[in-house]
Write a protein that binds this ligand. Structure first.
Ligand SMILES: Cc1ncc(COP(=O)(O)O)c(C=O)c1O
Length: 468
């Protein structure tokens, strides 16, 4: 076999270029199983390289299994099976509409780049070398200490740094908790509706989820009576997705239920920092630190790109969680130390103050436009968090078709049906509008596009006419 067409990449050394060209020719099927290769002398002459280069390349590919060298005969192509790589399609969720109001993301154009850079710079300048090694899976003590102080001050959370575990966002925290409960009764109660992703995380871990209704005062605690569950997952500060705040009466009754049934409350405090009409309401954990597993995240307050969150675990559960944490936990030490610095330097408080004011203004713009121009929607008026929930008043409007039509106009919104345990029979009808997500320079155009799509997809007329 004298004639072998090979293109050697001039940016690589000759031997590496020859190996790469031969590997590619075999993988692509251009050189087929059993095909004999030219002698090293012949190929060296053809390519204008030294014979030792060819001998070395053949030797390397023989060692890797691409070639077979039999004594006394030509080197041949080995039989290899190259599986086809199926093109991977991103989940439809990752398609970003131009006017993106899907809830869940903060204003990424407002990431505090300069302050964060300052924190990272200080960490890299001052940190001892051991920081770049493996670390305590519970998280760096500097961050656990900062978080205990910060959450005590801003969320009324009662925590010792030893009770804090740093995780990669709430999603990972829930996975660790699921590991524990799956070894007990295997049943966890959830609010219905709730974030579908969290239901999926619990189910993926093998848990049975038991939906519990939510009304204007938050989770219906009476509906928990008689349920044989290990824990209940709640969003007391700002129910996801309805937006309600768990009432004081329900808080007390939920804690009493958990104590009397020896059940754990998992508090997902994902956006508790954002309240616009008054000071944020303290975390439920402050009322019952012995019964509530508190979970917070940097995803709304700063950025989901950091993948940082924290769990504060009561003594009674910490031993059981330890195994999972020690095997699976761990977040970037550099980012953990940067967050500790960010908190201690006051940058987090400043950022939250700025963002509260930005979000208050953005929310007001959307709520005013909806009230003035879309009579068939009714905003559930809880001035908190990063999304607005609006009920569909007109029974003739198909929520799913509305969301699909909006997507067709490059406007991203989400319907309430997908948040229900039984999507086909939702108890609440409406849409979620994440007002934090569109970038500032496109915000006005995005609101115009949103209002237009809503007006075009519903009836004209006053609220009273539509209700009747
Ligand atoms: C209800 C709820 N909890 C928690 C989170 C945060 O999850 P993570 O910390 O994994 O980013 C979100 C994000 O959208 C959320 O909607």
């Amino acid at each position: 076999m004298a004639d072998l067409q090979l293109q050697l990449d001039p940016s690589l050394g000759r031997r590496v270029a020859l190996e790469t060209a031969l590997r590619d020719a075999i993988r692509s099927g251009r050189l087929q199983t059993d095909a004999p290769l030219p002698s090293s002398r012949m190929l060296a002459a053809d390519l204008g390289v030294s014979r030792s280069t060819v001998v070395a390349a053949y030797g390397q590919l023989t060692a890797e299994g691409f070639l077979v060298a039999l004594h006394g005969s030509a080197t041949r192509v080995a039989s290899i099976h190259v599986p086809e790589v199926a093109a991977s399609q991103p989940h439809p969720f990752w398609h970003t509409p131009l006017y993106d109001f899907r809830p869940g993301e903060p204003a990424t154009d407002a990431f505090p780049r300069r302050a964060w850079l300052g924190s990272v710079r200080r960490v890299l300048t001052e940190a001892p070398d051991e920081v770049f090694g493996y670390a305590d899976p519970r998280g760096r003590v500097e961050l656990r200490t900062s978080l205990a102080g910060h959450l005590g001050r801003t969320r009324g959370v009662m925590a010792h740094p030893d009770a804090v575990t740093v995780v990669s966002g709430f999603a990972s925290a829930l996975g660790f908790l699921a590991d524990v409960f799956v070894r007990r009764s295997g049943r966890v109660a959830i609010e219905d509706p709730m974030l579908f992703l969290h239901r999926q995380i619990l189910e993926l871990a093998g848990l049975e989820v038991v939906p519990v209704p939510v009304d204007d005062a938050g989770i219906v605690v009476d509906a928990l009576d008689g349920l044989d569950v290990d824990a209940v997952l709640v969003t007391p500060a700002h129910q996801h997705p309805l937006g309600t705040t768990l009432s004081a009466d329900r808080r007390n009754r939920l804690v009493a239920w958990a104590r009397s049934t020896d059940t754990w409350i998992i508090e997902d405090d994902y956006d508790g920092e954002f309240r616009y009409d008054r000071k944020p309401i303290g975390a439920l954990q402050g009322l019952a630190p012995d019964r509530v597993v508190y979970a917070g995240t940097a995803s709304k307050a700063i950025s989901p790109g950091l993948r940082l969150g924290w769990l504060i675990v009561p003594d009674g559960l910490r031993r059981d969680l330890r195994r999972s944490i020690h095997i699976k936990a761990g977040a970037s030490t550099i980012d953990q130390l940067a967050l500790a610095d960010f908190i201690e330097s006051g940058a987090l408080d400043r950022h939250l103050r700025t963002m509260r004011s930005t979000y208050r203004d953005r929310r007001a713009v959307v709520v005013d436009r909806l009230s003035d121009e879309v009579a068939w929607l009714e905003v559930i008026d809880h001035p908190a968090g990063l999304h607005i929930t609006a009920r569909i008043l007109d029974p003739a409007i198909d929520e799913q078709a509305l969301v699909a039509n909006a997507a067709g106009c490059d406007v991203g919104i989400i319907g309430l049906a997908v948040c229900h345990a039984d999507e086909a029979h939702p108890t609440h009808r409406g849409i979620l509008i994440g007002f934090a997500r569109p970038p500032q320079h496109r915000f006005a155009a995005a609101v115009d596009a949103l209002i237009k799509v809503l007006v075009d997809n519903g009836p004209r007329g006053s609220r009273e006419q539509i209700r009747t």
